[in-house]
Write a protein that binds this ligand. Structure first.
Ligand code: PEP
Length: 256
């Protein structure tokens, strides 16, 4: 059984104070929820305030699920002269448990390559962070019939040289680039199809048991009104949510 994971990617939104007020409204809405693993990925400056707010709100009479906190990016080196960067060890020392690797906005605007993401993935796993590796084709690649080729290449290069036994915590997010922030969503069948391609390819690379246990999330304009049909596909093990995760009521509805 794969535990569904619903993650919020807040991108470059929310100050620490705004993140705290989100939690104030959000936590009561998910009180007692156990079905999904819930992960919030705020900006770097809001990580510590979010962790503190979650801890501070814990109350035996009002149990909320353990809310996990993830970063949106990290550097592959343990430390060093990399001005402006943050390492996996720093995140983990803060109490961060997850990290998004290779979001298409990082690939597109910051030139992140599959080879760079391979180093980040290895470093995250080394520090026992749960990496959420994002893959996905552009609209043009889909129209040219290259979806499977792109997904296989992105996955293959990202996990290259990493011992299969170490990959177990990894989560993959299938995020078609044409569906991110556009309001266009892959149909549940299109998404399930792509997830199956990913799982089949992972099985070929590192074996069936790892592929069967791998959680594959869908991301791309997930909203409260399309979440149920997407998440009811057996191949879809959760969602990575951008825009609709910024509002506590809408993110809670997706989780419910
Ligand atoms: C994302 O940024 O990962 C994402 C899926 O964004 P949106 O939900 O806004 O499409």
């Amino acid at each position: 059984m794969r535990k569904p994971l619903i993650a919020a990617n807040w991108k470059m939104y929310k100050t620490p104070a705004e993140a705290e007020s989100f939690l104030h409204a959000f936590l009561p809405l998910v009180e007692g929820h156990t079905r999904n693993e819930i992960v919030l990925c705020p900006s770097f400056v809001a990580l510590a305030p979010v962790l503190a707010a979650i801890k501070g709100s814990a109350h035996p009479a009002h149990p909320h699920p353990r809310i996990h906190v993830g970063a949106q990016n990290m550097h592959f080196a343990a430390e060093g002269a990399y001005t402006g960067e943050i390492s996996a060890g720093m995140l983990s020392a803060l109490g961060v448990t997850h990290v998004i690797i290779g979001h298409s906005e990082r690939r597109q605007y910051f030139g992140e390559t599959d080879e760079l993401l391979n180093r980040k993935l290895a470093a995250a796993l080394e520090k026992r962070l749960i990496p959420i590796l994002c893959v996905g084709e552009t609209e043009q690649e889909r129209e040219q019939g290259k979806t499977e080729e792109v997904l296989s290449r992105q996955i293959g290069r990202a996990i290259s040289q990493i011992e299969p036994g170490k990959l177990e915590p990894m989560v993959v997010a299938y995020e078609p680039v044409w569906a991110i922030g556009t309001g266009k969503t892959a149909t549940p069948l299109m998404a399930a199809d792509a997830h199956l391609m990913i799982r089949t390819h992972v099985a070929q690379l590192v074996g069936r048991p790892i592929a069967e246990a791998l959680r594959i999330l869908y991301g791309g304009s997930v909203k409260p009104d399309n979440a149920t049909s997407l998440l009811s596909q057996p191949e879809i093990d959760g969602a990575l949510v951008g825009g609709a995760s910024l509002d506590p009521a809408s993110f809670a509805r997706i989780i419910q």
